[in-house]
Design a protein around this ligand. Structure first.
Ligand code: NAD
Ligand code: DAU
Length: 349
C-alpha cells in the first residue's frame, strides 16, 4: 500500500500520470492536490474520478498549513510533484507568480514532507518533475546530459532550476529521499492550448493565423506525454534515490518543419486538401530570450532502468491531432473558462 500525493494532477502531464497510477495500481491511494489554475481542469480526469483509490483535494501548494494537514490526513508516504506555472510566455509577462508557485510552492512541499516524515525516511520518496529548460540552450551539436551545468534563461526555467536546487539541498542537508527527472517538450491529449501544438491545431481548425516566433528555426525534442508518464512510473519504482534522470525522445524538430507536419495532418483528417492551411503561417516577433535548441540524452534512463519511447513521432502526432478533432467540446470549454463551472457543480463550492 502506498499513499501517493501527486501535485498538479489536473494539468496536462499530471492528469496522464494520475490516470496511469490509478488504473495500474489499484492497491495505491492516489491523492491529487491541485489548486485548479487556468491550466488545471477536472474534466481531464472524468473517466477515473469515481475510482475508489483516487481522491481530489483542492489546495495551493504554497498553503503551508493546508499542505501539512493533507500529509497527515492521507498518511502520505510519497510525493510526485508536478504542480507549476509551466508556460514560458506567461513567465515573461509575470515572473513573480512563477517564483511563488515553482520555488516557494516546492519549498513548502519539501518542508511539509520533511516535517511529516520526521527523520523516518524508510519507504519514503519525494519525486520532483522538472524540465530540460534548466540546462539552457544548445548550439547545432550535442545533447543535455544529467551532468550538464544549469544555465536557465527564462523566468520559467530559472524558477524550475531554483526548485531543483532546493530539492537537492533537502537531500544533502536533511537526508530527504529524492529523485528528479528533467524532460523535454511533451505533446498529446489534454494539453492547454497556449502551448505550440494544441494552439496550432485549434487555429488550423478555425482558420486562424499560426504565429511562428522569429524564423521558426528553433529546435525542440518532442516526446509523447504517455511516454513521459511511463518514464515517471519507472523512475518512481526503480530510480536510485538521490539521482537525476533525463527523459527525451531523441526526436528533434525545427518548429517550422513540425508545423508543416501538423498542417498536413490536420488538413488530411479534416478532409481538406493537404497543405491548404499553409497560408495560415504567419511569422511574428520572436520570444524574448528564445532558447535556440533543446536535445536530451536519455541513455541513462534506457541503460539503467530500461525505459524507451514507445511511439514514432508521426504516429504520436496523428493520434494527438485525432484526439483534438474528436474532443472539440473540451477545447471549447477550456478556451471559454467553462471548466470552472464543472468544478463548482461537481463539488458544490
Ligand atoms: P500544466 O500547466 O498543464 O499543469 C500544471 C498544473 O499545476 C495545473 O493543473 C495547475 O492547476 C496546477 N497548479 C499550478 N499552480 C499550482 C499551485 N500553486 N498549487 C497547486 N496546483 C497548482 O503543466 P504541465 O505541462 O502538465 O507540466 C507539469 C510539470 O511538468 C511542470 O512542473 C513542468 O515544469 C514539467 N514539465 C513540463 C513539460 C511540458 O512539455 N509540458 C516538459 C517537462 C517538464
Ligand atoms: O522543454 C520542456 C518545456 O517545453 C517545458 O518545461 C515547458 O513547460 C513547456 O511549455 C515547453 O516549453 P516551450 O517554450 O519549448 O514550449 P512552447 O509550446 O511554448 O513552444 C515550443 C516552441 O514553439 C518554442 O520554440 C516557441 C515556439 N512557439 C510557441 C508558441 C506558443 C511559436 O513559434 N509560436 C507560438 O505561438
Amino acid at each position: 500500500m502506498k499513499n501517493i500525493l501527486v501535485t498538479g494532477g489536473a494539468g496536462f502531464i499530471g492528469s496522464h500520470l494520475v490516470r496511469l497510477l490509478v488504473t495500474t495500481y489499484p492497491e495505491y491511494h492516489i491523492v491529487n492536490m491541485d489548486v485548479l489554475t487556468y491550466a488545471g481542469n477536472l474534466e481531464n480526469l472524468k473517466d477515473i474520478e469515481d475510482k475508489a483509490n483516487y481522491t481530489f483535494v483542492k489546495c495551493d501548494i504554497c498553503d503551508v498549513k493546508k499542505v501539512a494537514k493533507i500529509f497527515e490526513e492521507y498518511t502520505i508516504d510519497s510525493v510526485i510533484h508536478l504542480a507549476a506555472e509551466s508556460h514560458v510566455d506567461r513567465s515573461i509577462e509575470d515572473p513573480f507568480s512563477f517564483a511563488q508557485t515553482n520555488v516557494m510552492g516546492t519549498l513548502t512541499l519539501l518542508q511539509s514532507a520533511k516535517a511529516y516524515w520526521n527523520g523516518n525516511f524508510s519507504n519514503k520518496l519525494f519525486y520532483h518533475v522538472s524540465t530540460d529548460e534548466v540546462y539552457g540552450s544548445l548550439g547545432e551539436e550535442g545533447f543535455f546530459t544529467e551532468e550538464t551545468a544549469y544555465d536557465p534563461h527564462s523566468p520559467y526555467s530559472a524558477s524550475k532550476a531554483s526548485s531543483d536546487h532546493f530539492v537537492r539541498a533537502y537531500a544533502d542537508t536533511y537526508g530527504l529521499p529524492i529523485v528528479i527527472s528533467n524532460c523535454s517538450n511533451n505533446y498529446g491529449s489534454y494539453q492547454f492550448p497556449e502551448k505550440l501544438i494544441p494552439l496550432f491545431i485549434n487555429n488550423i481548425v478555425n482558420n486562424k493565423p499560426l504565429p511562428i516566433y522569429g524564423k521558426g528555426e528553433n529546435v525542440r525534442d518532442w516526446l509523447f506525454v504517455n511516454d513521459h508518464v511511463r518514464a515517471i512510473d519507472v523512475i518512481f519504482h526503480k530510480g536510485k534515490i538521490g539521482d537525476t534522470y533525463n527523459i527525451g525522445g531523441f526526436n528533434e524538430w525545427k518548429n517550422i518543419d513540425l508545423i508543416k507536419v501538423l498542417i498536413k495532418t490536420v488538413d488530411r483528417l479534416l478532409g481538406r486538401k493537404e497543405g491548404a492551411s499553409d497560408a495560415l503561417i504567419t511569422y511574428v516577433t520572436d520570444r524574448a530570450g528564445h532558447d535556440v535548441r533543446y536535445a536530451i540524452d536519455s541513455s541513462k534512463l534506457k541503460n539503467e532502468l530500461g525505459w524507451q519511447p514507445s511511439l514514432q513521432f508521426e504516429e504520436g502526432i496523428e493520434k494527438t491531432v485525432a484526439w483534438y478533432l474528436e474532443n472539440q467540446e473540451w477545447m471549447e470549454n477550456v478556451t471559454s473558462g467553462d471548466y470552472q463551472n464543472y468544478y463548482t457543480n461537481m463539488y458544490q463550492t
